[in-house]
Design a protein around this ligand. Sequence first.
Ligand code: A2P
Ligand code: 11C
Length: 374
Amino acid sequence: MSLTLGVVGATGQVGRVMRAILEEQNFPAERVRFFASARSAGKRLPFRGEEIEVEALDAADPAGLDIAVFSAGGDVSRTYAPKFAQAGCVVVDNSSAWRSDPEVPLVVSEVNPHDADRRPKGIIANPNCTTMAAMPILKPLHDAYGLKRLVVSSYQAVSGSGVAGVEELANGVQAAVRAGAGEAGDGEAGEVIAGGEFAADGVGAGSGMRALALNGHAVELPPSRVYKAPIAFNAVAFAGNLAADGSLETDEEQKLRNESRKILGIPDLRVAGTCVRVPVFTAHGMAVNAEFERPVSVEEATRMLEQAPGVKVVDLPNPLDAAGTDPCYVGRLRLDQSVEGERGLAFFCVADNLRKGAALNTIQIAQYVAQSLR
Ligand code: A2P
Ligand code: 11C
């Protein structure tokens, strides 16, 4: 069977990575169509040595598409994924729109690929990039020891907030370095000054807080538009949006719990997360403390992870090494000394949020579906 593949959101940050991975993997589609907003209609994007014209999604006819990968935001997926599915196309969606729907499988290709076989709505969901980094690691550990509880702190890259987050970090770093090189403010050397008014919730949103520059001058950072505090030279313990249920968690922290339960098939898994944005451009890190039913051996766990698909065991997982690569890196494995009976494991993991966390896993699911259609 000759396959036609659609890429919805082809002009975006994740869409760009999807196009690159489709070429790298030589995806088995005879025809590829690109979709984006009306703003991009007519734009031509290079693909496999040719140029493909971008179609406006709202005017497009999905007839003839076999598979469509979506990464154009939740609203677009909520509206158009059912329309594409109705037209006979299998949708693999990278937004959060469908992940919690019981009739939509939530799939990590190394963990639960066969969940994609049952898709009553014709839609398969791709997890949040934060959840993703830990799933291929936790799956073999769960199979061996029985996972009960997770405590996670994330170190999330600004590209998770889209182009606006990337620009804000780049601008903040450049402004501080420029100021540190001679255009500095007038703070005392060695002093870090909190400039603006603090909001009642304890964060100085848009307040122009100051950071210590390299030569010891205190320099003003541009006010934050994307985050609750400046992101350059800082860490902002609030990734995502405040959840609507009064829990005081962010939606990122809730996705971590709900998606881990669904992917690993552990409905009562206890998960507490603190999702933090850090001044890193690409790759999300997570400090994980996992509690199991049975005692854990660090040596055995390390050996299992060395064999686990999609996982790479390294001494020191870090975002710079992970960016632009495919594996979920894991390291710093040790017993969690706060858990009795040697049933706790602590580790750090990192994965490229735009590749494995978004584009790569989406294309891997599409590859799986393509095999079943051919
Ligand atoms: P466009 O480039 O035409 O705005 P990012 O995640 O980098 O912000 O990219 C979002 C992607 O989703 C882009 O490809 C963008 O297209 C696309 N997109 C945003 N809104 C719509 C919409 N209403 N209909 C179709 N595509 C959309
Ligand atoms: C972030 N993880 O880093 C988010 C981005 O649910 O797909 C992806 C949001 C999602 O801000």
